[in-house]
Design a protein around this ligand. Structure first.
Ligand code: APR
Ligand code: PHB
Length: 389
């Protein structure tokens, strides 16, 4: 079979690309290795930038987000037991929306299927080829049968561990990378959020984050060593540590409740350049990873596919390749802004095991500056809600 665009991966990047292309009248096929059930329930990030929320709304997939998403006007940064508010709305006139990534994925899958879209789950042994010439194709095995799709372009939206980036011949990509000396232990609890907005806490024992998914579900994170074993964190220890790191004046603490899910996420920064090889274009986590401290991963994926769909549309309308030629350059500008912001938030808020007293004083000074200077707070706010420059 033949399709204009073969999309590998049904995460937010692949699904939104397929949705945007369909709206431009361009057909695509999405090939996903996991089941629909799996991708719809994988718990990931949950903060939508202003532009991401607008994109969902403007393209007709924002209905449930509008009803169930929580609009936040700022965040709190906590250190030395005190809370400091960063008021996005006052500082930069924008808000964010808290709405789980898996909810975005569910809404996009429902919209694609309702519009007759072609998403194939449980594809095994996906292989991409021919993208350096004029005959790109994707081979895969589904329900025991080998199949092949010929296409004009391949979109590699298959995440950090996908097959597309690694199929690009050696020497074509330059990789930029940072590993951090810690991980995040994430907890999803059936408990009403004890505050309305997020708290990013810097504590001598390590970073903690208070977040939420809905009026009945709290999302929490703790900084832990990179090789931490989940068995070291029975529920009682988890709640104790969260109380300690998030403690504020007035004895505030998160509400406790049954833990629905917990897991450990390594922290990494990564960029592959360029985000293209011939007729294969990388988008989202396949091309770059950020540590979750800036809540940028999902939003970056959305920015990439907006650029890619516009470029593909221009090509299909008028055989104009200029958008495709500029794709990587255009994306890398916003990618590197997000890389810097995520690295900076991570460095400011975590406890680095090897930091000497000089570095700890610098970190403290940075925290005090961000919460006391309008200019510094506005810079944080501008990046958090999404910088369009
Ligand atoms: N073949 C087909 N599909 C694959 C393959 C493969 N070889 N490898 C991975 N996939 C699928 C994964 O199962 C997943 O559904 O590709 C999809 C990639 O989705 P994500 O990892 O969610 O990546 P992306 O769509 O770029 O979204 C970025 O995800 O990791 C978070 O925080 C990150 O929010 C950000 C977002
Ligand atoms: C989340 O709610 O999962 C979340 C929020 C903010 C972050 C990271 C994760 O920076």
């Amino acid at each position: 079979m033949r399709t204009p665009v073969a999309i590998v991966g049904a995460g937010p990047a692949g699904l939104m690309l397929s949705h945007l292309l369909a709206q431009a009248g361009i057909a695509s096929v999405v090939l996903e290795s996991r089941s629909r059930e799996y991708v719809e329930h994988r718990v990931r990030a949950g903060v939508l930038e202003h532009a991401t929320a607008r994109l969902l709304a403007e393209t007709g997939v924002g209905e449930r987000m509008r009803r169930e998403g929580l609009v936040h006007r700022g965040i709190d940064i906590r250190f030395d037991g005190a809370l400091h508010r960063i008021d996005f709305e006052r500082l930069v006139g924008r808000t964010i929306t808290v709405y789980g990534q898996q909810e975005v994925v569910k809404d996009l899958i429902a919209a694609r299927l309702a519009a007759g879209g072609d998403i194939r789950f449980e594809c095994e042994d996906v292989r991409v080829a021919g993208f350096e010439g004029n005959a790109p194709r994707v081979a895969f095995v589904r329900a025991g049968r080998a199949e092949e799709i010929e296409c004009d372009f391949i979109a590699g939206c298959d995440g950090f561990h996908g097959v597309c980036r690694e199929s690009i011949p050696a020497g074509r990509l330059e990789r930029f990378e940072r590993a951090y000396p810690f991980a995040w232990l994430g907890v999803l609890a059936s408990a009403a959020p004890a505050r309305e907005e997020l708290v990013y806490a810097h504590h001598d024992r390590g970073f903690a984050l208070f977040s939420m998914r809905s009026p009945t579900v709290t999302r929490l994170y703790l900084q832990v060593p990179p090789d931490e074993d989940m068995a070291a964190w029975p529920d009682a220890r988890l709640w104790d540590e969260l109380r300690t790191r998030l403690a504020q004046e007035g004895d505030w603490h998160p509400n406790e409740g049954p833990i629905l899910e917990k897991g450990i996420t390594p922290m990494r920064s990564f960029v592959a350049e360029p985000m293209q090889c011939g007729r294969l274009f990388l988008a989202g986590d396949a091309a770059h990873i950020v540590p979750p401290t800036g809540a940028k991963g999902l939003n970056l994926a959305m920015r990439d596919v907006r650029v890619l769909s516009a470029a593909l549309e221009r090509f299909h309308r008028a055989r104009d390749e200029s958008g495709l030629a500029a794709y990587s350059r255009t994306c890398l500008k916003h990618v590197w802004r997000a890389e810097h912001f995520s690295w900076w938030m991570t460095a400011m808020l975590h406890r680095f095991p090897d930091n000497d007293p000089f570095q700890r004083r610098l970190q403290r000074s940075q925290l005090e500056y961000v919460v006391s200077s309008e200019a510094a707070a506005a810079s944080l706010a501008e990046n958090y809600v999404g910088y369009d420059g």
